[in-house]
Ligand binder design. Structure first.
Ligand code: NDP
Ligand code: 8X3
Length: 255
């Protein structure tokens, strides 16, 4: 029997790499994202490469109607979700609080916090009815320590940390595992999104050191998801070797 994983935000970065890792391990995957062309092309690629079943669902996690329409009544063959990876998320802008953009705040809160809540609420009945399941939330080192100009993004990831702890308590009765993975700096499309397409600014984030990469997070997620039923990794803070915490990096000077 193939297991089923649902991964939000699988059109790029961590989510895409996580989907590939699970598909290569013969899991059937439900993948989601807003960019339909990318998502469906990726679904075809995974089917062809790994011979697994892929359900690709295009929706915006910020909109609860879309979330419940897409996930609330899955076809029977997709209902037995073993693992939910709440990965969709973003940072927008990096400014001191006084200069912050209110629309950016709304988008980060609606995506990183409310989106995660809607998706989890929509998926949970498939898990509670079976007393089985594993929720893996992508938090951040920014949800463990605040840094200058991180303000609202950090707050959303602190919320992911708090919700992960809460879910673990409230869902204990259903034998549902809850894991929070808190990565440090990783080179994905994250900084392109944060700096709204400013490629130079995005590149600068990763200059002078080796950051984490998406396949690193895929390996870590796979490890957490494939431990025996009686073992649950509650949380992991993971950085590249060049990063000690949210702010201290060892960077080589450019020649
Ligand atoms: P990417 O920008 O590469 O990927 C983000 C994914 O989230 C995309 O697939 C995007 O798909 C999806 N997404 C964003 N907004 C929405 C939305 N409203 N509805 C549905 N899907 C959405 O970034 P990463 O892979 O780096 O980020 C993944 C997660 O990891 C995020 O939660 C991020 O905060 C977290 N993280 C990232 C770190 C990093 O340094 N990269 C470090 C720590 C945590 P689409 O645009 O197609 O909708
Ligand atoms: C992403 C990592 O340090 O840019 O969550 O906030 S950081």
């Amino acid at each position: 029997m193939h297991k089923i994983v649902l991964i939000t935000g699988a059109t790029s970065g961590f989510g895409k790499a996580i989907a590939e890792k699970f598909a290569s391990g013969h899991w059937n995957c439900i993948i989601t994202g807003r960019r339909a062309d990318r998502l469906h092309a990726f679904a075809d690629e995974l089917r062809e490469k790994y011979g697994v079943r892929i359900l690709s669902l295009v929706f915006d996690v910020q909109h609860k109607e879309q979330v419940f329409q897409n996930l609330g009544n899955l076809p029977d063959e997709w209902k037995e979700i073993d693992v939910l990876v709440n990965n969709a998320g973003l940072a927008l802008g990096r400014d001191t609080f006084d200069k912050g953009n209110i629309n950016d705040w709304d988008t980060m809160i609606d995506t990183n916090v409310k989106g995660l809540l809607y998706v989890t609420k929509a998926v949970l009945p498939y898990m509670t009815s079976r007393n089985h399941g594993h929720i893996i939330n992508l938090g951040s080192i920014a949800g463990k320590e605040v840094y200058e100009k991180g303000n609202v993004y950090c707050a959303t990831k602190f919320a992911v940390d708090a919700l992960s702890q809460s879910f673990r308590i409230d869902l204990l009765q259903y034998k549902i595992k809850v894991t929070a993975i808190h990565p440090g700096s990783a080179e994905t499309e994250f900084s392109n999104v944060r700096f709204k397409g400013d490629e130079d600014k995005a590149k600068q984030v990763y200059e002078g050191y080796t950051p984490l990469y998406a396949p690193d997070l895929a390996d870590i997620t796979w490890y957490c998801a494939t431990l025996p039923q009686h073992v649950c990794i509650n949380e992991l803070v993971v950085t590249s070797t060049a990063q000690a915490n949210a702010v201290n990096f060892y960077k080589e000077q450019a020649q």
